[in-house]
Design a protein around this ligand. Structure first.
Ligand SMILES: *[C@@H]1O[C@H](CO)[C@@H](O)[C@H](O)[C@H]1NC(C)=O
Length: 177
């Protein structure tokens, strides 16, 4: 008569200890899990920042790499990830990278007319550690972009609206044909 209840007690005890153990383990910094989220655009004005006529690129390839800040050795590298129809990517990362610099890198564009890597818009730094006080698993990266081969005609007006037309001299003929 006492056997089944003893058995139940043992099952209960095992469950409690393993459940506690699991919670304990998940709380440690080494078990951190992050989802890095961002978007890839076609820079239709060749200005290396987002405008309202930047176009999301579907099927663009990005990856994420973390490097030891002291000796530049790679500490994490994600597989190549492809963007969705809205140009969005999500990269899963496990671990804590307090001592590394982590960047999302543009790898490849599927668009023949928009595949020029940009200088300013090809890398996005993300912070992947619990030590910086940012809570939550989702980490949003700045958007990235490839430059279109030729700026579209609406750019002049768009950039004027944005207050950039004064920079025409610096931006050169690319923006104001
Ligand atoms: C980073 O490099 C330094 C210097 O070589 C080393 O002491 C440290 O353990 C490394 N950290 C990681 C997380 O690999």
């Amino acid at each position: 008569m006492t056997k089944p209840s003893e058995f139940a007690l043992i099952v209960f005890a095992v469950c409690v200890s393993s459940c506690l153990g699991f919670t304990y383990g998940a709380g440690a910094a080494k078990q951190s899990k992050y989802t890095v989220i961002g978007r890839v655009y076609c820079d239709t004005c060749r200005v290396e920042f987002e405008t309202k006529i930047s176009e999301p690129i579907s099927g663009a390839i990005v990856n994420l790499e973390c490097k030891n800040r002291t000796n530049d050795v790679s500490t994490f590298k994600s597989p190549d990830i492809s963007t969705s129809s809205t140009g969005e990517y999500k990269i899963e990362v496990t671990g804590d990278y307090e001592d590394s610099d982590c960047d999302v890198n543009l790898v490849k564009s599927p668009r023949e007319d928009c595949n020029e890597p940009t200088e300013a818009w090809r890398k996005a730094r993300v912070v992947l550690t619990a030590a910086d006080g940012v809570s939550g698993d989702a980490r949003y990266a700045n958007n990235l972009g490839f430059k279109k081969k030729e700026a579209v005609p609406q750019c002049k007006q768009i950039l004027t609206e944005m207050g950039y037309y004064e920079l025409k001299g610096e931006l050169g003929t690319e923006v104001a044909p």
